[in-house]
Design a protein. Structure first.
Ligand code: SF4
Length: 204
């Protein structure tokens, strides 16, 4: 068929290339990758993934199909423009999530169930810019434990130690996150910004 590559050179196929073409086509046509792996007799799914070519167009098409499918299963009424009143009620929630050391990750519309003990809370999402403050908090907790011991306030010591352990482990996680760069590999979606015509939190 005189097929050529992007550089105009004739394409050459080996028998293995047909396995790759099969894997790419099967996954692109909706067969789950772990099933394709079994068909190809791969023990490790990473081997199957290395076989597949994922093209941008295919990525977009698959994601759109996934969204269309999800939307078709949900009530149509959920896919409407929010009213001005709903926006006004929604936006302050994100402002109220801003904390000294980062952001609170609790779901929208839910109250804090952890008595605002953020330093011990798993819902706290640390901000790398808050590291100096976290270091201060750790040092301060150590001082307070010593002070409590000296004064015989033994009832304070256990609580302070729990806070110190939590703050120290948060510091370790933050440092790991900073070492890996870019917020620990997470994609930070930020706080929603309202378009023209919607009130800001300050205006609300
Ligand atoms: S204690 Fe946890 S849930 Fe409550 S405000 Fe702090 S981070 Fe959020």
């Amino acid at each position: 068929m005189n097929l050529t590559d992007a550089a105009g050179q004739p394409l050459r196929y080996t028998a293995h290339d047909f396995r790759r073409i099969f894997a790419s086509d099967a996954v692109g046509s909706g067969l789950p990758v772990h099933i394709v792996g079994r068909l190809l007799d791969h023990r490790n799914i990473n081997t199957t993934q290395a076989y597949m070519a994922i093209f941008d167009e295919q990525l977009v098409r698959s994601y759109r199909a996934f969204l269309d499918n999800r939307r078709s299963q949900r009530p149509e009424a959920e896919y409407r423009e929010p009213t001005e009143e709903e926006w006004r009620e929604f936006q302050p929630h994100f402002q109220l999530r801003k904390l000294e050391l980062g952001e609170c990750g609790r779901p929208y519309g839910t109250p804090c169930k952890h008595k605002h003990a953020c330093i011990r809370c798993p819902s706290l999402r640390l901000d790398t810019r808050a590291r100096p403050r976290l270091v201060e908090i750790v040092a301060n907790l150590r001082d307070r434990i010593e002070e409590a011991k000296l004064n015989g306030w033994l009832g304070e010591v256990a609580g302070l130690k729990a806070s110190l352990n939590a703050a120290s482990s948060k510091l370790v996680s933050l440092d790991r996150m900073m070492e890996r760069g870019t917020g620990g590999g997470r994609v930070l979606l930020g706080i929603p910004v309202l378009g023209p015509g919607h009130a800001t939190a300050e205006e609300a």
